[in-house]
Write a protein that binds this ligand. Structure first.
Ligand code: SAM
Length: 303
């Protein structure tokens, strides 16, 4: 009996079951996702749940990226570079997502590198310092705007979790422009298209009714933005899946747009995109950004 009591007293604090297996507890504490006694507060639980789900949903893309990388290696360079595949996390913030992708996927595989792009220098510095402290040698940080980022290689996977407003479009344009194999974005709030709807007015009474109230205009604007994002990916040959990241009780910003490149372009998606933009008189950021890069998703593809 005495032994049992002693054993119970001496036991390490039990880890919360939401802590992913294989994840460094010290790193989760450093990220302030875990308290000193191994527990999660409500915010941290919500964040960790989103990120774990996203890492899980990214697994097939990451596995595919690992499988493709050796085949693309230059002759004579086998085994492929440990930096392959390149994963890019846009609008990384505190780099929770990058830290978990590295720890749970790239570190056990002993290959693959992660580039976190973050505009705020203090967050970028913290992420770089943490990666160095935890020996994440293939974790790099680019400080600055996504649109201005220079990639060290063709990215296999580009992701963006809650990249603010049109930063999601910057991430998509970066992925499409760099010919990424896989894209996964969970958009944040988006206000631009609601303003475009308001400015466009409406010739069509039924459509005008859809966004007569500001709240409906915001929701319709946000929905149209994501529909256009998905069509822009399809227009460039990505097979797109739109799904929920986690249950709606965990986050209102919950739409996950996944893309896997399977073709060079999709003419039917381009025609649908033109029709949608014409009908609502809108031109969202993703369309303008791709057009500026010579990759207009509305354009009929040249042979
Ligand atoms: C809402 S936070 C999300 C951070 C992180 N992805 C997460 O889910 O915890 C969005 C981050 O994107 C960064 N950001 C916004 N626009 C950006 C841009 N155009 N280029 C680079 N970073 C940007 C912000 O500084 C901020 O840290």
């Amino acid at each position: 009996m005495a032994t049992t009591k002693k054993r119970a007293r001496d036991r390490e604090p039990e880890l919360d079951p939401d802590v992913p297996a294989g994840m460094s507890v010290a790193m989760l504490q450093d990220l302030h996702l875990l308290t000193r006694d191994g527990q999660l507060n409500a915010d941290a639980r919500r964040k960790l749940k989103q990120i774990r789900h996203l890492v899980g949903l990214l697994r097939p893309a990451l596995d595919d990226a690992f499988a493709r990388a050796p085949a693309d290696a230059a002759p004579g360079s086998e085994p492929p570079s440990v930096n392959e595949p390149l994963v890019v996390d846009c609008g990384a913030g505190k780099s929770y997502l990058g830290a978990l992708i590295y720890e749970l996927v790239l570190a056990p595989a002993r290959r693959g590198s992660l580039l976190a792009i973050e505009a705020r220098p203090e967050l970028a510095e913290q992420a770089a310092a943490r990666a160095a402290r935890f020996g994440q040698e293939r974790f790099r940080v680019a400080t600055g705007a996504i649109a201005a980022a220079e990639l060290p290689a063709r990215p296999r996977v580009v992701t963006a979790l809650h990249a603010c407003d049109t930063a999601t479009d910057d991430a998509l344009a970066l992925a499409i422009g760099a010919n990424a194999d896989h894209v996964a974005v969970v958009p944040c709030c988006q206000a631009e298209v609601a303003r475009q709807l308001e400015a466009a007015g409406a010739e069509d009474e039924a459509l005008a009714t859809l966004h007569a109230h500001p709240l409906h205009r915001r929701e319709l604007g946000s929905h149209l933005t994501n529909v256009v994002r998905a069509l822009a990916l399809q227009a460039h040959g990505y097979k797109v899946t739109v799904t929920e990241l986690v249950g709606w009780e965990h986050s209102a910003k919950n739409e996950l747009i996944l893309g896997r490149r399977v073709n060079r372009f999709d003419a039917a998606a381009r025609a649908k995109l033109r029709a949608l933009l014409d009908r609502f008189h809108i031109e969202p950021a993703i369309v303008r950004e791709l057009a500026a890069r010579g990759l207009d998703p509305r354009a009929a593809p040249s042979a």
